[in-house]
Design a protein around this ligand. Structure first.
Ligand code: BGP
Length: 484
């Protein structure tokens, strides 16, 4: 018999995507390339680990523009959402979604970053998409920058370390809210702002392999500070609009101590401070927390600020917290067995099972995380990503019986419901993803997360046709009945 769990009537259920993983059409209507679209596909069996797909030099990136090496760049093609968005949005509506989270591609709106005027064709595309969502009665949550800074900004200005980029970001973000405030209520200035540390190793800092680790880390925190400032400027401006909420998006992953040895328990607390709470703390209080000051001092990191930055951050904090949650891990000590995680390796937990990509499944870790965030911040919470990536093939009935996904979602929903009973103010959930997309971290199409199967392989071969999986019908029924 199915089990009934409880959720508030107005809970916002839906799905999440990102421009570079779905749109394709990388070279039409004036769009520039983003770094994400310059990372080539490497077959799983041919690569040692994921970092191989990210250790790119500036020369690699330049060579990719005209594809001198004849490689395949999956994020240039996505799943052709650019041309098929009406069909996809109709499927989301039919599934019973109330909200759709998507991102805008910066390179469609300001291809070089420093233009005076936005690209009309880019604005037109998003207006059409938003109109379609409105027609279908879908609320929108928009990520302004989901890992896709236009490459010309990196090439000419060196990326986030240059304060001119703050102004370029603000001009871009301001254009979006000026144009689209009537469609979009929820805004997320940056996707997974705490993963920047990994992107500076991806060419965003130029030839990063020429730098020492200390230089790289220091550069990352400077980039981050400039992003905090850019976000605060946007929050300040967004106050001019009614019915608008600006939140953050942090890649969360509960971490546990390896055992009850106080040394390890404390080490876990310190890791949590700098890997997750630091980000939420700055964005909710507008101040750098005390533990970060010690961390910066001991690691010889000096953040260059302008006089007005502190006040700007203080006056412009986020209104809600959103985060992604896929897995948990333990802290990694010497000799700890490791497993893959979201863009980095993590300590293995003997009590958990992992996906084919090594991501450890832990629904109780989600309840733990929700309680931690609510207790610490007392701000409304929203889960903006959660899901499971699996190798899948259509069966003879043109569907997939993805019971593992149903089990994954059901168990997480159960823990969310428990957290709400604990008193946590959780107001919505967008699963990753309603439809198969190109993987952010591994560039594979075959790492499938969707409720809907998309007929493209890793080389973008296929019809692109969409097929509903068993989980599509299960999710639809769940939203109506709350039965798992
Ligand atoms: C998050 C990103 C998404 C997404 C997801 C799954 O880090 O915000 O863009 O893709 O993780 O990761 P992956 O695609 O690498 O499996």
């Amino acid at each position: 018999m199915n089990k009934k769990i409880e959720f508030p009537k107005n809970f916002l259920w839906g799905g999440a995507t990102a421009a570079t993983q779905i749109e394709g059409a990388y070279n039409v209507d004036g769009k520039s390339l983003s770094v994400m679209e310059m990372i080539p596909f490497i077959k799983l069996k041919d690569r040692k680990d994921l970092s191989e797909t990210r250790n790119l030099t500036t020369q690699d990136l330049l060579d990719s523009i005209e594809n001198k090496k004849g490689l395949h760049y999956p994020k240039r093609y996505g799943i052709d959402f650019y041309n098929r968005y009406k069909e996809d949005i109709a499927l989301f509506k039919e599934a019973g979604f109330k909200i759709f989270r998507m991102s805008v591609s910066w390179g469609r709106i300001f291809p070089n970053g420093d233009e005076e005027e936005p690209n009309k064709k880019g604005l037109e595309f998003y207006k059409n998409v938003f109109e379609e969502c409105k027609k279908q009665g879908l609320e929108l949550m928009v990520t302004i920058n989901h890992f896709d800074m236009p490459f010309p900004i990196i090439q000419k200005y060196g990326g986030w370390k240059n304060r001119k980029v703050i102004d370029m970001y603000f001009k871009y973000a301001k254009t979006l809210i000026d144009e689209f405030s009537e469609y979009v209520k929820y805004w997320l200035p940056f996707n997974e702002i705490n993963l920047g540390v990994l992107f500076s190793a991806m060419g965003l800092e130029g030839d990063s392999n020429k730098k020492t680790l200390q230089e790289k880390i220091a550069g990352t925190y400077q980039d981050l500070h400039n992003q905090f400032v850019a976000q605060a400027k946007f929050i300040e401006y967004a106050k001019n609009f009614d019915n608008t909420m600006v939140g953050c998006m942090v890649a969360d992953a509960t971490t546990y101590s390896i055992d009850c040895n106080p040394i390890n328990v404390f080490e876990n607390q310190q890791k949590e401070q700098m890997k997750k709470f630091f980000y939420y703390d700055v964005m909710t209080s507008g101040e750098y927390p005390s533990y970060s000051k010690r961390f910066f001092k001991e690691n010889k990191i000096e953040i260059i600020k302008e006089i007005s930055d502190d006040q700007l951050l203080k006056n412009n904090t986020i209104q809600f917290i959103s985060f992604s949650y896929y897995m948990s891990s333990t802290i990694a000590k010497e000799n700890t067995e490791m497993t893959e995680g979201n863009l980095m390796k993590m300590g293995k937990n003997p009590f958990l099972v992992a996906t084919e990509w090594g991501w450890q499944i832990d629904p109780i870790g989600l309840r733990y995380c929700l309680n931690q965030l609510w207790d610490r911040y007392h701000l409304p919470l929203f889960i903006s990503e959660n899901g499971i990536g699996v190798l899948e093939e259509l069966n003879e009935s043109n569907t997939i019986n993805d019971d593992y996904r149903i089990e994954y979602l059901g168990k997480h929903f159960e823990q969310m419901s428990e957290a709400i009973k604990d008193g946590v103010n959780l107001f919505g959930y967008t699963m990753w993803t309603p439809i198969d997309v190109v993987s952010a971290g591994s560039n594979e199409m075959s790492k499938r997360y969707g409720l809907i199967y998309v007929d493209y392989d890793d080389y973008h071969k296929g019809t692109g046709n969409r097929f509903k999986k068993k989980s599509y019908y299960w999710f639809k029924n769940f939203m109506e009945t709350c039965e798992i």
